[in-house]
Design a protein around this ligand. Structure first.
Ligand code: EPZ
Length: 419
């Protein structure tokens, strides 16, 4: 039975909300657990659909996986792996499962992984992942929708990434962790989740330096050992709630957040007319009068994150003035625009740029989520719209937001899920 989210808009949000551990740190770190011939204990792991799915991928490879929901603790024991194949049935449901190819090659010397399909937001190629693995000595054969890779021993190499791909940086870093010699990734992704993965690998006894800069050096070691690790907070979930406060005109506190991880969003919300106060691990945000139009350009970290583009666009549909939003990271991340137009938003698309003409109001309507962040953005639109909004295809939202409706309801939103 398909569930929908129903929202009666127009209520201001008040109160505080705690964000979970970062989905996009959990997924690569869970893949990196395959590098360890022993048990790792991961803390602050949210029971997201994508996280539970990655557990099933690891289990299919022979790892022992146990999730303790009350403690949000995940225990993974990869001492003995029984398979090096990640079938299409798994990969097509979640692209991030492609992150097992680097660790499997490093640990077992081979991997048979389905080519990940494209997805709603873009064709999502993996050429840079394969460029790195080939450079490190893996033979790669592609056929029948699968990638077959084999190597006697990965050796460290210098790899230049044509685009600072998060996934490619992570796969190459994990492969390099057990390779012979040093691997250098140039034009590497600098996202905080990449840094968290490096810290986790080092906690297992690895030697990764430079994560967070555009040049990462990984000195291969012979084996990695057990450790316990707590993942960083989810900067995108935190940002989503901050925009929710700005859209509804409320005032909230977001707890368990690292303010330096969302500098671009804080800057843009201040430019748009919000008061934002940052503390060590929390942020207070309050809308201060009418929202002003601002321009947004998504870029790899430390630029404005593409994962907050749709949420910011919803805010700007209600700004005074015209905003220009450029999406430079993915080629098709404007699907939420058609849905927002159904709510009365005035948005013109010109290639990778959207021109948003602010309006006084938007109006509740039945809409559907097309991807994870677009779905969250439509919920935010419903919070501000006049009348009732119903969001369909909310399985997209459950991939990356834990208890999203409950958290918003606790902040005062009139929101519920129902069949
Ligand atoms: C990660 O995806 C995130 N997912 C995405 O979050 C996020 O939007 C993206 O990074 C950018 O920040 C996870 O971490 C699990 P990329 P990833 O490789 O690694 C091109 C969400 O909502 N590219 O940095 O797939 C690609 O086409 C998700 O949580 C190549 O050309 O992103 C894209 O245009 C959505 N060749 C750009 O790089 C390659 O080999 C960014 O992709 C790889 C990527």
């Amino acid at each position: 039975m398909k569930e929908k989210i129903r929202i009666e808009g127009g209520l201001e949000l008040q109160g505080s909300v705690r964000t979970e551990g970062a989905k996009n740190a959990c997924l690569p770190i869970m893949a990196a657990a395959l590098l360890c011939e022993g048990q790792v204990v991961l803390n602050d792991i949210p029971a997201l659909n994508d996280v539970m799915f990655m557990c099933s991928v690891l289990t299919s490879l022979g790892a022992q996986v146990e999730y303790l929901p009350a403690e949000k603790r995940l225990i993974i024991d990869s001492t003995r792996l029984t398979s090096t194949e990640a079938p299409y049935s798994l990969i097509r449901k979640m692209r991030a499962s492609f992150l097992v190819i680097g660790p499997l090659l490093a640990r077992e010397g081979k991997a048979r992984v389905s080519l990940p399909g494209g997805c709603a937001i873009g064709i999502r190629p993996i050429d840079l992942h394969l460029k790195g693995l080939k450079a490190m000595g893996a033979e790669v054969v592609i056929g029948h929708g699968y990638i077959e890779t084999v190597t006697d021993r990965l050796r460290g190499e210098r790899v230049y990434l044509d685009f600072p791909s998060v996934g490619a940086t992570e796969n190459i870093m994990m492969a390099g962790a057990l390779a012979e010699g040093a691997t250098v990734i140039e034009n590497a992704a600098e996202e905080p989740e990449v840094v968290d993965l490096a810290r986790f690998i080092n906690a297992m006894g690895g030697r990764v330096v430079g994560a967070g800069t555009d040049t990462i050096r990984i000195h291969g070691v012979s084996r990695l050992s057990s450790t316990e690790y707590t993942v960083i907070p989810d900067r995108i979930e935190a940002g989503t709630f901050m925009v929710a406060a700005a859209i509804t005109g409320g005032e909230i506190t977001v707890e368990n957040v690292i303010p330096t991880h969302i500098v671009p969003l804080i800057a843009k919300l201040k430019e748009a007319g919000c008061d934002v106060i940052e503390e060590e691990s929390l942020i207070h945000i309050r809308r201060n009068g009418q929202i002003r139009a601002v321009d947004i350009k998504t870029l790899p970290y430390p630029g404005f994150p593409t994962d907050l583009q749709s949420q910011m666009m919803v805010l700007l549909t209600l700004a005074r003035g015209t905003s220009v939003i450029s999406e430079t990271v993915f080629e098709n991340r404007f699907m939420h625009i058609d849905e927002l137009r159904r709510m009365g938003a005035q948005i013109k698309i010109e290639g990778h740029t959207a021109v948003v003409t602010g309006r006084e109001k938007i109006f509740g309507a039945p809409v559907k989520a097309t991807d994870l962040r677009a779905g969250a953005a439509l919920v935010l639109a419903g919070l501000a719209a006049q009348g009732r909004t119903e969001v369909d295809c909310i399985h997209h939202i459950d991939r990356g937001y834990l208890n999203f409706t409950e958290k918003l309801a606790a902040l005062g939103a009139k929101i519920s899920r129902s069949e």
